[in-house]
Design a protein around this ligand. Structure first.
Ligand code: ATP
Ligand code: MG
Length: 463
């Protein structure tokens, strides 16, 4: 925080400079003086002075021009004018241009001191507010979109491109891919960041409730409507409305939403007043809207209204490059939740995670890591901490696919024993996966004793 403020005084009358400087220095301000506007502008740089006190009528440049010059260099400095008695009108004009206050000459010392103190306070407030806003704009790591794969980079670029405009965005992706996260990021980076972000899950409510949620209702609109209620569109005024799972919206509701989007106006149920709203629309769905259109379940005109910009999030299995960074992120969150130090996952776990099919995408990955953290003994998550589903849920197409692979590994200098052991381990994993974890069945399939299978699974770190 500013303890001592830097003040610049500008006047062509030496005696004024002298006396003002004396008074303000006594008040613990750092004071500099300049005898005309040009000289003053030379002293200016952003942040150099918090308060500038200037005469209005100066020979080389008048007060208004000087004010504009100052604002172009340092828009945060607080500007105070001194005017000759009787010409206050000019000072008031200047206040419209961004000057903060004025006092007239000859000045009353107490009045002058008060004006300067108030100006400093104003500066502090603006400074605090700006700092708060900056802090607010820094993304908390919990909300950050993690991932280094080309497809995630593209999504992040898209967010940057669309955030600043009010353009309607449709986010598509399987369940758990991060659609809501993307919607929130767009809002946070938009000019509406300080406005409301209102979510509505269209899949979670029956048709009549969705409509009263979206548009609100008047008292008496239906049985139970005992008081007027504002709808989500109204509540989102000045901000963003997030229509989640829009593919699940009933056709009737779609027609009404289409109108609201086109006209940017709504009517409450049971009301006849039209209410203008200023909202940005972001919609999301895990469904294929084009096929819903061909089945007659989604309005084509609504599709074109919402699909102005499309952000498609790839399923996690198509971007395994994101997994290491996501794992690191979720391990840190999980460690916080279980209250223990966990620094990462073993290489085997990483391989298992990279090869899993992830039907539940990123959300499932987060859940798996948090589950494993509960069972972890050391500070590294091991294979045995993972559920069987993941441990044995390998994609069948691993590297080990041919004799050429074996030859290649031998060529690289690995021993035959090592390579054979890797093949054995892989075959055991595949068989266990194929028998859904049934060890007797797996042993029979492999033509070995159950005891032998168990011994080998231990040896290969599969239990
Ligand atoms: N790229 C990512 N970086 C960090 N966290 C992510 C990422 N993608 C998803 N998540 C996290 O995964 C979880 C699921 O994300 P989100 O709810 O946004 O998905 P969704 O697509 O809306 O899912 P659903 O269709 O099930 O509603 C959240 O906890 C979210 O923070
Ligand atoms: Mg969602």
């Amino acid at each position: 925080m500013f303890k001592a403020h830097n003040i610049l005084i500008v006047d062509d009358e030496k005696s004024i400079l002298f006396s003002l400087k004396a008074v303000l220095t006594k008040e613990n301000y750092n004071v500099k003086t300049a005898s005309d506007a040009r000289e003053a502008l030379k002293l200016l740089e952003p942040g150099a002075f918090q308060v500038i006190i200037s005469d209005y009528n100066m020979p080389a440049m008048n007060g208004m021009e000087f004010l504009r010059g100052v604002k172009s260099i340092d828009s945060e400095a607080i500007f105070i004018f001194m005017t000759a008695y009787g010409s206050e009108k000019l000072a008031i004009e200047a206040m419209k241009e961004g000057a903060y206050d004025y006092f007239s000459k000859p000045f009353d010392i107490d009045e002058m001191r008060l004006v300067v103190a108030k100006a400093c306070e104003r500066f502090n407030l603006a400074w605090q507010k700006k700092n708060l806003e900056e802090r607010f704009l820094v993304e908390p790591s919990q909300d950050r979109i993690i991932g280094l794969s080309p497809s995630t980079k593209l999504v992040k670029e898209r967010i940057e491109q669309v955030a600043k405009s009010d353009i309607t965005v449709l986010i598509q992706g399987e369940s758990g891919t991060g659609k809501e996260l993307v919607a929130e990021a767009i809002q946070r980076k938009s000019g509406r960041a300080t406005g409301p972000f209102v979510k509505l899950n269209c899949a979670a409510l029956p048709e009549n409730l969705i409509e009263s949620e979206l548009f609100g209702y008047e008292r008496g609109a239906f049985t139970g409507a005992t008081a007027r209620k504002r709808g989500k569109f109204e509540v989102a005024d000045g901000g963003t409305i997030f229509l989640d799972e829009i593919g699940d919206m009933a056709l009737n509701t779609q027609a009404k939403v289409l109108r609201a989007i086109q006209e940017r106006e709504v009517e409450r149920l049971g009301g006849n007043e039209t209410i203008k709203v200023d909202v940005r629309i972001i919609a999301a769905t895990h469904k294929d809207l084009k096929s819903l259109i061909s089945e007659g379940k989604f309005r084509e005109d609504l599709f074109y209204r919402i699909n102005v910009v499309n952000v498609a999030i790839a399923p996690l299995r198509e971007r395994p490059d994101d997994i290491p960074e996501l794992v690191e992120h979720f391990v840190a969150i999980a460690a916080g939740k279980v209250g223990r130090k966990i620094s990462g996952v073993s290489p085997r776990v990483m391989t298992a995670l990279k090869n899993f099919k992830w039907p539940g995408n990123v959300r499932q990955l987060q859940n798996i890591i948090e589950g494993a953290a509960v069972f972890a003994k050391g500070d590294i998550l091991e294979l045995e901490n993972l559920s069987e589903e993941i441990r044995f849920g390998f994609a069948p197409e691993t590297q080990i696919s041919s004799l050429e692979w074996v030859a290649g590994e031998i060529e690289k200098g690995r021993s035959l024993d090592e390579v054979v052991a890797e093949i054995e381990r892989e075959m055991i994993m595949r068989t266990i996966a194929a028998t859904a974890g049934n060890q007797s069945a797996a042993a029979t399939k492999l033509g070995i004793k159950r005891g032998t299978l168990q011994y080998k699974m231990k040896m290969y770190n599969l239990v």
